[in-house]
Design a protein around this ligand. Structure first.
Ligand code: GCO
Ligand code: MG
Length: 402
């Protein structure tokens, strides 16, 4: 069997996605997600100009060899652009292998370890009462785990909360929007949100929160400690994790579980945090961390250190990533939770998918492969439309982490 075509499809059915499609001489095809929010065309070019020509003529069954070839063969290792490109190839190859076997992908990984994949979604509101209503709406839909974010008095915009009160999408059309940030206002206010959720809805549901890299280690320690009575499932990305030793300090002060890693690209980014048990959940996911071949290495390593998976699943990773991630989650022994933010309706139409949602749990379905395809004709009706994530500035104008 040989790969005879490798095409890159860039489409914007509600938001931009980059998809790699590999076709074999047997007529079987597989797709992989290569979307890097706000830097989409860099990955598209990496694939089109540097990877696709190397794939044609290769045996698609040699997934490991192709992974090593693209990783070691580039010489320039790691980084979000390279690893997203490798991930897309890897995802498409697993899709092909499973289709040829006539099996859903999770069967090739080792079979199901659970009946369904617990997913969390985002309850966000401009203030606490609106967030409480949204929380109730997600509970009614059956969600067992819900992330809460709300507006903070005195701040015009806050990560995770849309200004108009409708569903949240971080990237905006045109050049990056500039938003303000005050750690003091946030830290003084946000514990009240968790207090209100627990007071109104009790402790049955899993409660999550994303700090989005905004704090220093000592501030994160203070927040973790302050919210211990509300038993969070996790506090996500409390501190930007380039300097991982910084997490030692947070760990010394609080028992609030910590999730990190949505911006990580390889096992080397995760190594210290996992090895020293400085986190409880690893957020790396298929598209940005080298695909199934690499993420399973990260997960196996994490399992040795009592760290569970909590894959990133925002609307800016395509439905192809979501589908493949659900197969991964159904198999991975040390599964924690999967994020499912949902998609705009046109995106769900461009990417026909086999997954389903029942009462807080998702299932990847039984279709051979990862169960997600791309309708290329429909995709062509939604051309690339530049959009960027915001940047953040402190009240005095200093640029800070968004
Ligand atoms: C999350 C993430 C996202 C990111 C987005 C950036 O936890 O879902 O933090 O909201 O901001 O994926 O592209
Ligand atoms: Mg996050």
């Amino acid at each position: 069997m040989k790969i005879v075509r490798a095409d890159v499809i860039v489409t914007c059915p509600g938001r931009n996605f980059v998809t790699l499609k590999l076709v074999t001489d047997d007529g079987v095809h597989g797709i992989g997600d290569a979307t890097l929010n706000g830097r989409e065309l860099a990955v598209a070019s990496y694939l089109r100009d540097h990877v696709c020509p190397l794939l044609v003529g290769r045996d698609p069954h040699r997934i490991e060899d192709i992974w090593q070839y693209l990783y070691k063969g580039a010489y320039w290792r790691r980084g979000p652009v390279t690893m997203s490109a490798i991930a897309a190839v890897d995802m498409a190859l697993w899709d092909i292998k499973a289709k040829v076997a006539g099996l859903p992908l999770y069967q090739l990984l080792g079979g199901a370890s659970r009946d369904g994949v617990m997913v969390y979604s985002h309850a966000t509101g401009r203030d606490i009462p609106e967030t409480l209503d949204r929380y109730a709406a997600y509970q009614e839909k059956g969600f067992k785990a819900i992330r809460v974010q709300c507006g903070v008095p005195g701040m015009e915009s806050v990560y995770g909360v849309s200004k108009g009160g409708d569903s949240y999408e971080p990237a905006t059309k045109g050049w990056p929007e500039e938003q303000g940030w005050s750690t003091e206002k946030y830290l003084n206010y946000v514990p009240k949100l968790f207090e209100a959720v627990r007071a109104k809805y009790g402790f049955d549901g899993h409660l999550l929160h994303d700090v989005h890299h905004r704090l220093t280690p000592i501030e994160a320690a203070r927040l973790g400690k302050a919210v211990e009575p509300y038993a969070l499932f996790w506090m996500e990305d409390p501190v930007a994790a380039e300097n991982q030793e910084a997490y030692r300090l947070i760990r010394q002060h609080t028992t609030t579980p910590i999730a990190v890693g949505e911006v990580f690209n390889s096992i080397w980014d995760c190594k210290l945090l996992i090895e020293e048990q400085l986190i409880d959940y690893i957020r790396a996911t298929l598209t940005h961390a080298g695909g199934i071949t690499h993420l399973r290495r990260i997960a196996d390593f994490a399992a040795l250190h009592h760290v569970r998976t909590g894959c990133h699943g925002p609307s800016d990773l395509s439905p192809a990533c979501m589908g493949a991630a659900l197969h991964f989650d159904l198999w991975v022994p040390n599964f924690g939770v999967q994020e499912y933010m949902g998609y705009p309706e046109p995106a769900l139409e461009v990417f026909p998918h086999a997954w389903s949602f029942t009462d807080g749990y998702m299932h990847p379905g039984e279709a051979p492969g990862h169960g997600v395809d791309i309708d290329e004709k429909l995709a062509a009706r939604f051309p690339y439309d530049p959009a960027y994530l915001p940047v953040a500035r402190l009240e005095d104008g200093t640029l800070t982490s968004w």
